[in-house]
Design a binder for this molecule. Structure first.
Ligand code: NAD
Length: 445
């Protein structure tokens, strides 16, 4: 496995200059060239699937199947979509017909913004780097990727593989931590796509403001689940807890807490316990190779502190082993809004249950906090679903499942308010890295 070498800080402006010169050479104007490079992203992943799965196993204790499901499959979808659509996306579009201006032939086209920067987090080291890259290539941009230093095996692999598969002048990897990223952010970019936590997002946004650089911010938060008393409790328990344990709880769209009608808390907690015992980790979670690990010891310690200080009751789990980066799948009940577990995104396999009086209280609870990336509802009753969705705000709204919305082709994926702005995937990604340039030609008559 390759070892991670940080890019020397002094080399970073040179990488930036190379990317700009390559963009200005005009090479990316050709849609055929973009298609070839998009296909190369697909080959990079396909040829190296096993190495990538092993790298994620090393970085996150990730089961291979989870890497396939969470990281690889969505990028293959993006590669195929962009490859098949980029001609159409990049084609000139006529403006809406207007009698006063038709003779000027008003039209517009999506032009590449230029040299773009993609800063990625640790929790989806392939999908959160490669999907934006597909968008940037389709848009005709040059690109520099800054992967997370918290996933050293995967980030080292990118540095090794990129020049073998992609144009080495247009598409670059810069590896490093805070000093390297700080240097990167001093430079002028034509768009920055940052995925990660809101604290660093503010640093990125401040740096971008100096150059008036447009931004996409894909952030996190705490995603609520609202449970209807008439819903299938066992199904809800299974799907919610599955979503909570995927990637050991380190997915931006993981359900974090469940708002349960008071009288149903016992039944819901029992249902989670039952499905967990029946179908989750038959050999125990610690020995299971189906449960990933937390990315680093500091994050394990952080989760431990949240658990140590909770006033809720731990129903099962709660075991933490810092040196093994292990947090047991945990269910905590009778939690209130001011609890330690509600003070920040947990980003670990800990599900919080909050009893509420009724749906109105659940809605008030959600609206009293930062806008989440997803609001989940478990109910077969469309009126119940609408009541929750129509009276709350979130990036996405999902009924009767968790997680899978991120894999649905054609749907925009983005946050609102504190969970960010801009969109992932497909055409949305292409649009972010392009500018709609308008044209008219006024005839002499
Ligand atoms: P992280 O710690 O890997 O950091 C993200 C990036 O920021 C890294 O590349 C890192 O090098 C860089 N960085 C760190 N310190 C910096 C600094 N001082 N200045 C500039 N850059 C710096 O990952 P993270 O932020 O902990 O990621 C997890 C968060 O991302 C969670 O909140 C999660 O919900 C969110 N997330 C959101 C989405 C989405 O689509 N909305 C997807 C995945 C993750």
């Amino acid at each position: 496995m390759a070892t991670l070498t940080y890019t020397p800080v002094d080399d970073i402006p040179k990488v930036h200059a190379r990317a700009r010169a390559a963009f200005e050479s005009g090479k990316t104007k050709s849609v055929a060239f973009r298609k070839e490079q998009i296909a190369q992203v697909g080959y990079l992943l396909k040829d190296n699937e096993l190495c990538l799965k092993e790298a994620l196993k090393q970085d996150l204790g990730r089961p291979h199947l989870e890497t396939e499901f969470l990281d690889l499959s969505p990028v293959y979808i993006d590669v195929a979509k962009a490859y098949n659509s980029v001609e159409r996306w990049a084609a000139e579009q006529k403006a809406e017909f207007d009698l006063s201006f038709w003779a000027m032939g008003p039209k517009y086209r999506h032009e590449p913004k230029g040299v773009v920067l993609i800063i990625a987090p640790f929790n989806g080291p392939v999908v959160l780097t490669m999907s934006p890259i597909v968008g940037a290539i389709a848009a005709g941009c040059a690109m520099v990727l800054k992967p997370s230093e918290q996933t050293p095996a995967t980030s080292a692999l990118f540095a090794e593989l990129f020049p073998k598969y992609l144009d080495p002048e247009l598409y670059h990897v810069v590896n490093g931590g805070v000093p390297e990223t700080t240097k990167i952010l001093e430079l002028r970019w034509d768009h920055i796509m940052y995925t990660g936590n809101a604290r660093i997002a503010r640093i990125v946004a401040a740096a971008a403001a100096k150059h008036l650089t447009p931004l996409t911010l894909e952030l996190g938060g705490k995603n609520p689940v609202v449970l209807d008393s008439k819903s299938d409790i066992k199904l809800a328990a299974k799907r919610v807890f599955w979503g909570r344990c995927l990637n050991s709880g380190q997915v931006c769209v993981c359900p974090e807490y469940v708002l349960v009608p008071e009288h149903l808390q016992d039944a819901f907690v029992d249902a989670v316990k039952d499905v967990y015992d029946e179908s989750f980790y038959p050999d125990g979670p610690e020995n299971s190779d189906s449960l990933g690990r937390i990315v680093g010891e500091s994050h394990v310690q952080r989760i431990k502190n949240l658990l140590d200080n909770t006033k809720g009751k731990i129903v099962f789990g709660g075991q933490v082993d810092v040196s093994k980066r292990y947090v047991a799948p945990t269910l905590v009940r009778d939690v209130s809004g001011d609890d330690s577990l509600m003070s920040e995104e947990i980003f670990g396999p800990v599900l919080v249950v909050i009893p509420v009086k009724d749906t109105d209280e659940a809605i008030l609870f959600i609206n009293s906090r930062d806008d989440p990336l997803v609001v989940y509802v478990f109910s077969q009753d469309k009126a119940f679903q609408s009541k929750v969705f129509n009276n709350t705000k979130s990036g996405s709204a999902v009924a009767n499942d968790t997680m899978i919305i991120v894999g649905v082709p054609g749907l925009p994926m983005g946050g609102v308010g504190a969970s960010g702005y801009g969109y992932y995937t497909g055409r949305d990604m292409f649009e972010q890295f392009t500018h709609k340039r308008a044209f008219i030609d006024n005839p002499s008559w």
